[in-house]
Design a protein. Structure first.
Length: 105
């Protein structure tokens, strides 16, 4: 049986979010999104989980990169086999920066 491959669809804002991240990490971010989300995006792991239990609005998060500083927020549609990348951010200590917005956690 062939693995189901999900299409990755980026929200328009993600390009703005990436501009606030050092360009040397862009390939790591893209490669991790494809590696982690193209197959089984809704299977929980140590660094991939829903934001709430049960998932409210079905929004999930993956953490990765040096010291797990990067965060990717996404939704997946199991019927259409699409993963929608909603936001990409950087978490340092108790602050999450998505684009120019900083969120105190």
């Amino acid at each position: 049986m062939a693995k189901t491959i999900y299409s990755i669809i980026y929200a328009n804002d993600v390009q703005v979010h990436l501009k606030s991240i050092d360009k040397k990490y862009w390939k790591l971010i893209k490669d991790t999104i494809v590696q982690q989300l193209q197959h089984k995006p809704l299977v929980e792991s140590k660094n991939k989980k829903p934001l709430s239990k049960p998932p409210v609005d079905n929004i999930w998060e993956i953490r990765f990169g040096p010291n797990n500083i990067f965060r990717v927020f996404y939704k997946a549609d199991e019927l259409l086999f699409n993963v929608y990348i909603l936001a990409v951010g950087v978490k340092l200590n108790n602050k999450l920066r998505i684009g120019k917005k900083e969120i105190q956690l």
